[in-house]
Design a protein around this ligand. Sequence first.
Ligand SMILES: [Zn+2]
Length: 133
Amino acid sequence: MKFCSNCGKPVDDNDAFCQNCGAPCGQQENTQFTAPVDQPQEYVQETVYQEPQPNVLGLGIAGLATSSLGLPGMIISIIARKKLAAINGPLSGQNKAAKILSTIGLIVGIIMTVVWTIDILIGIIAGIGAALS
Ligand SMILES: [Zn+2]
């Protein structure tokens, strides 16, 4: 049993028009459900640029190996660290190792540069002292 949308009187399900007021009913009463339209999902093309990562491990090792010399180790370690800093994204395993090596190389390089500088200065002063005596 339905009710007329116009006058509110009960209307037989099979009646196309209301018996009381003559308003059309039947199909009109049906609520039309609009099925949710499946929107085509925008295909987002993720262009992941996997830039070939330069391997700085060799430079890191060289920096640490020469760090006892002072300045050369310091310079090589700084270059290695600059190259590592220029890399976008996560570092590869070897470059992570290079970062540690270049950090140690830089610290040792700075210390040894100071040590060598003092050593050379002492040598110069001693030389001057010896020359003057
Ligand atoms: Zn009616």
